[in-house]
Design a protein. Structure first.
Length: 167
């Protein structure tokens, strides 16, 4: 017996996650969307996964282009999360970005950015699971992450601490 979608969504909201903007390019046009379904998958080879709604524009564009960027947002970038969640035609007109190895836009203010080549795609209900091999990274170690918890933006209460077992 399946649970109700609202009940499932509420339970998942209690998992704190980072906020990312997934970017791509297709036929000279840049595209991006806000995504929280992202995680690391493997260190060797360096793989990540991202889940995209089948109805999203970015889903089809990443399928066609075979490349995507993961922009992990910093705590001051709630506006970028909201901006890329909208369905507007040119999301990059007022956003600072740069291009690197595979020609996808990476956000200048990101806490970290990863350039990826799609190596696999799997069905996942109303989403597709894209597995990407990471070909380049950049980080801004002086920033803190933007978090999402209980359907609200949040931030770390203090600098990260080492909570080693047995301390």
């Amino acid at each position: 017996m399946a649970i109700e979608q609202a009940t499932f969504r509420k339970a998942l909201s209690y998992f704190a996650s980072g906020v990312t903007v997934i970017t791509t390019q297709h036929m000279g046009q840049y595209h991006g969307t806000t995504v929280s379904s992202f995680c690391s998958l493997s260190l060797e080879p360096p793989l990540v996964l991202v889940c995209l709604d089948l109805k999203s524009t970015s889903h089809d564009l990443i399928s066609e282009s075979g490349v995507f960027g993961v922009n992990i947002l910093a705590e001051q970038d709630q506006w970028l999360s909201r901006h890329f969640a909208l369905r507007t035609p040119d999301k990059f007109s007022h956003v600072s970005y740069h291009l690197r190895q595979v020609g996808i836009p990476l956000l200048d203010n990101a806490l970290a950015a990863l350039e990826c080549r799609v190596i696999l795609r799997y069905p996942g209900g109303d989403h597709s699971i894209f597995i990407g091999e990471v070909v380049s990274t950049s980080v801004a170690p002086d920033k803190q992450p933007l978090l999402y918890f209980c359907s609200k933006y949040s931030r770390l209460a203090s600098s990260p601490v080492d909570l080693a077992v047995g301390s």
